[in-house]
Unconditional design. Sequence first.
Length: 481
Amino acid sequence: MKSKLFFFILIILLIIPAPTESHAAMDDITVRDVVVVIDPGHGGENMGEENTEMLEKERNLITAQAMAAELSKYEGIQVYLTRNDDVDMSLKERAEFAAGVKADLLISVHYNASVDHEVFGAEIWIPSAPPFHGVGYGFGRCWTEQMGKMGLHLRGIKTRLGNKGDYYGIIREAAALGMPAVILEHCHVDVESDSVYADTEEKMQAFGREDAQAVARYFGLKNSVTGEDHGSEKVTPADGVMMYPLNDSTEPDECILNIVSKNEETGEVTFRIDAADNDEALEYFDYSTDGGQSYTRLSVWPGYSVDKNENEKSASFTIMLPREKDSTVTARVYNRYDLKTESEAVNIHFLYQDELKKAEEADEEQRKKAALAWEAEHDGGEAAYIGFPAEEDEHVDITAVYPVNTEEEMPQNPAPDRGWVILCMVAAAAVAVLVPVMLILLIARTRFRRRQTKLAKALEVSAETPKSNVRHGKKKEYSEI
């Protein structure tokens, strides 16, 4: 009997598979420490985003180290960094390091930038296939809530497919080794509205602390320093549940621009965009008033939320347009994968332009009437015309004006008298010659008077002085010389 029982137990053990190191089951986490590996993206010769004041690889390391420091305050967790300084590491090496410490979650820390430098907000990329999709989505909910508390626009919890499965290598390499990985894109540092969240080291460290809060909430950890306990918030992954489309590769299906109202007095126009995407939520819209040559900054589509895949069917905007010329307005809508659809152009014409045209035509008519009057007065005859209005208040365009007594065109400005011109030229030449002569004579006269004055004084002195003294003085003068 005992041999039969032993044989039966042996058969059962052979049939039931032995537990693996895969992350498919998370029950064991309740009886051991959680292991989290933080991966500061890029490093070494891989700079990441380079078009800002600080390289992305440096930002990533600052935030990752702050995240690790914050998590060290929690009980029941072991934290590792793939790199602590500026070194090169391949994506496979990062995943292998995480697998080597039996990580429950690999978190890759990044900052974002877009091609056209217009997109803004925080987003997280997660695995596309179960069981790791559910893990990524559960953690993504915790993380996006933390980013929302900071005031950031939430772009979504996303997946992206490539030719080999997941598009992003770190997620793909980790899944191949039996563990989930996520990529945190904190904000777009190439856009002013986002860059203010990461323009100092302290703000980048603040991101790390928020990341740690998301980890603590997801795994239900307790802070040994503050006593804060997230046990009630622990998330159970919904393996196999796909919350969003795996990868939307198509543009929004519809984008129609309509005029809602137009104020002829002020130039204020209100537009409505009717749009839809049958696969994905609409996230942004923008518009152009110059026929698509330039566009406004992106605005968030009404009703957009990270928690749902649908939103409002229309968006409205009001702008001021110049009344004196036509404007060509177009609009664009974007889904969460930055794919966009543009509307057909709408031309805006104000009646004010017609009024300006009538006023210009009236001014032209008055000018031509004045021209006829001038001809009649200067040519001594009547002016003939074709198409002249029969009455003053009747508007008829004049097609031609012809003087009766001459074939010459009416002079625009009468020519000056030739005699006066010559007289003026002679006078100017005379002034140019006489002024220097007068100055020379005045100077000569002044010098002559000075000499006369000196001579008169000398004669007076000689008349009063005795001759002997004069001779003696002269001799004395010569002797001193």
